[in-house]
Design a protein around this ligand. Structure first.
Ligand SMILES: O=C(O)C(=O)C[C@]1(C(=O)O)C=C[C@@H](O)C=C1
Length: 373
């Protein structure tokens, strides 16, 4: 019985592998076609999303839909690696949420380059040392990541993809109880996302900032009276046990990451555009620019102001709007905004990513499985 079942699995595995080899051959053909069409970026996030969603819905549930996504994530990562090897820079070190986001977006076959700072990720892509870069842009609890905003404003790179990663923090420590902890280490963003939890459970501990959550885990590894706040994966990588899970103040805590490149994405039908503009110091100047979007029927999903860094007390505005810059509505709004603003800079159009569904509730897209199609 067991031997028979294993023989059938062996036969199926052979078939699956033969099919994967055939799939890789087709990916090579696609690479030639893309080269002929002078398409520079072989990576096509919208096509990947469609493939994953179609297959996750097509399955009958005996092989879990999340596993369908995970398997085909790696299949496409491998097929892309035979088309065009990718180098992806991310904010390291290993064990950070940025690494989780990068792995989710590009799979295990991409080559990764960890960078010590957000600016270094921008530099790696700008100098073409890396094909793409993955950086956090905002957190649902703490707001904008200002280093990313400033680097987007100052540089030439474009956003070509976004991904919202649910962020669940753990307390990592070799101490056996909370009362044995003197010091808590973490990145300022993570500390801020767990501020109330720390005040309640570790009121006497000294709070120390580190450059990353993974660096904090290393501190906790070295000292049994120290703890770190970070991802569960940092516990494995840095060999520090988890004492408490889900310690972020807001259960739906999530970070939005963006992929940077030299070009942005083609219209997908469900897009977002990030842009920046400046206004003069006159009454109603900001309102006039925003009215251009309103009259063109373009929905604003985020607005952030940053110091211009050219003159004190002057600001530039970073906004996210729904739609692709090539759409007639947004093209019209941008034309109007160029008249009302001191400058307008488009930082990229890319497919919109859905926020994660709350635990236990399927996302609108996966609710109610459709038949095979
Ligand atoms: O369809 C394509 O454009 C491909 O290159 C193939 C493929 C895939 O393996 O399905 C690989 C990489 C792209 O990012 C999207 C899809």
């Amino acid at each position: 019985m067991l031997a028979g079942a294993r023989a059938r699995i062996d036969a199926l595995d052979d078939e699956i592998l033969d099919l994967l080899e055939k799939r890789a051959d087709i990916a090579r053909e696609i690479a030639v076609a893309k080269q002929k069409a002078k398409i520079e970026s072989f990576h096509d996030p919208e096509r990947e999303r469609q493939v994953l969603e179609r297959l996750a819905h097509r399955g009958e549930g005996r092989f879990p839909p999340d596993a369908v996504r995970a398997v085909f994530r790696e299949v496409m990562s491998a097929c892309l690696s035979v088309e065009q090897p990718l180098r992806v820079a991310y904010l390291g070190p290993e064990g950070t949420f940025s690494q989780m986001a990068a792995r989710h977006l590009f799979g295990l076959s991409a080559r990764y380059r960890e960078c010590a700072t957000i600016d270094a990720v921008f530099d790696a892509v700008q100098s073409r040392d890396a094909t793409y870069g993955v950086v956090p842009i905002e957190n649902s609890t703490e707001g904008a990541v200002s280093m990313t905003s400033d680097a987007l404003l100052d540089g030439q790179l474009l956003i070509r993809q976004e991904y919202i990663l649910p962020v669940s923090h753990c307390l990592l420590t070799r101490a056996s109880s909370l009362s044995a902890i003197d010091t808590v280490y973490s990145h300022p963003q993570a500390l801020a996302q767990c501020r109330l939890w720390i005040a309640k459970h570790l009121p006497r501990a000294q709070v120390v900032q580190t450059t990353s959550t993974a660096a904090a885990a290393r501190e906790a590894q070295a000292d049994d009276r120290a703890a770190a706040i970070g991802a569960a994966i940092a516990s494995e990588i840095h060999d520090v046990p988890i004492l408490s899970r889900n310690i972020q103040d807001r259960p739906e805590n999530a970070t939005r990451f963006v992929v940077l490149g030299h070009d942005d994405a083609k219209p997908s039908g469900r897009d977002r555009t990030t842009l920046a503009f400046g206004v003069t110091h006159h009454e109603g100047a900001l309102r006039r620019v925003l009215t251009e979007f309103e009259t063109a029927g373009v929905n604003l999903t985020r607005i952030e102001s940053r110091p211009s860094r050219q003159k004190a007390w002057q600001y530039v505005f970073l906004v996210d709007v729904e739609g692709h810059r090539d759409s007639p509505e947004l093209a019209k709004a941008l034309k109007g905004a160029r008249h009302s603003a001191t400058f307008v800079k488009v930082i990229g159009s890319y497919p919109r990513s859905d926020p994660p569904a709350p635990k236990g509730k399927p996302s609108p897209k996966t609710r109610g499985r459709k038949g095979k199609g």
